[in-house]
Unconditional design. Structure first.
Ligand code: NAP
Length: 296
């Protein structure tokens, strides 16, 4: 919970947070850090394509298992389910890292702020942990959108802000427009995003992998299956362990209790240097999320 709430500044000249949030350690689970001070549980729950009711059930199940990081979005239409799931699990709100993302039609500053207020209400919380621009739509107006993100951050509505689905060229232009510190993009053994990961590493940004098990494709890869057999685990857990070993956060989605538990177990899979090198060799630029409006 914020210790103090002040209104968001009117202009774009005050970009420093005016709200102090207590720091958290997320004890007992792997975390990733940004240079600017964000701490995020490295393994989270994705919720895309879960409806509101399913999201409530799955959020609760995930929190019961031990997850403390939930990824939603305004466009998923399930933020209220996340809010009810957190409440039903009886976990302290301040112990959960909740990410949501600005919908593509909410980039105008006034609408962006209004959409964040709606997200907070749906999630039944007074602050987000991370707010992302979901896609770089209306990119010619990104300056105004970034300034609105900075103001939402400075006003204490979110601990951290970041970007999703931006290209390196766009990141180079946008990185100083607001105190962004997280990038979320598609990343898995078949689309390793080496350049974007390096870009984030050089700046101390957190890199989060979406579709981290390649939407199930890792189940069919011979190399990953072979490594999984050697470790007596699932191919999905090998893919997640590979990301964690590279210092990447991962947010696998599952609506299935057994899969949730299996994915959570990936934290204890210790891949060898040889395993990591064999998976590093699987990159083939296989992109699974590729809408016509994408910037690449
Ligand atoms: P994903 O997590 O790579 O894969 C999800 C699929 O894998 C589902 O069909 C799920 O089915 C299955 N699965 C999960 N665990 C499994 C296991 N242990 N064994 C077998 N199958 C398993 O794909 P994703 O949902 O595209 O990505 C994850 C999250 O990233 C999303 O939910 C969303 O939160 C986020 N995301 C963000 C963006 C963005 O634009 N920023 C785009 C895409 C995704 P079951 O449900 O049956 O387990």
């Amino acid at each position: 919970m914020p210790t103090e709430r002040v209104p968001a500044p009117e202009g774009n000249d005050t970009l420093h947070p005016t709200t102090t949030f207590p720091s958290r350690s997320f004890a007992g689970q792997p975390v990733v850090h940004s240079a600017a001070g964000a701490t995020m549980p490295a393994l989270g729950l994705g919720t895309w394509r879960l409806d509101d009711q399913e999201t409530e059930r799955v959020t609760r199940q995930a929190l019961d298992i031990g997850y403390r990081h939930i990824d939603t979005a305004q466009m998923y239409d399930n933020e209220a389910g996340v809010g009810r799931g957190v409440s039903a699990a009886g976990v302290d709100r301040s112990d959960v890292f909740i990410t949501t993302k600005i919908a593509n039609d909410c980039h105008e500053p006034e609408e962006l702020v209004a959409s964040v207020e709606r997200s907070l209400e749906a999630l039944d919380t007074d602050h987000l942990d991370l707010l992302l621009i979901h896609w770089p739509t209306d990119y010619d107006r990104i300056g105004a959108t970034a300034a609105a993100m900075a103001n939402v951050h400075a006003g204490g509505l979110t601990r951290h802000i970041g970007l999703s689905n931006f290209t390196i060229e766009q990141l180079d232009e946008v990185e100083h427009m607001a105190p962004f510190e997280v990038l979320q993009v598609e990343c898995h053994p078949f689309l390793q995003q080496t350049e974007l990961r390096r870009w984030c590493d050089e700046r101390g940004w957190i890199f989060t992998a979406y579709s981290p098990i390649a939407r199930g494709d890792v189940l069919h890869d011979d190399t990953i299956r072979d490594i999984a057999a050697a470790h007596r685990t699932e191919p999905t857990s090998v893919a997640l362990a590979w990301l964690l070993a590279h210092g990447v956060a991962a947010i696998p989605k599952s609506g299935d209790a057994d899969h949730l538990a299996a994915n959570w177990g990936a934290r204890s899979v210790q891949l060898t240097d040889d395993d990591l090198a064999r998976i590093d060799d699987l990159d083939e630029g296989r992109r699974l999320i590729d809408p016509d409006s994408a910037p690449w």
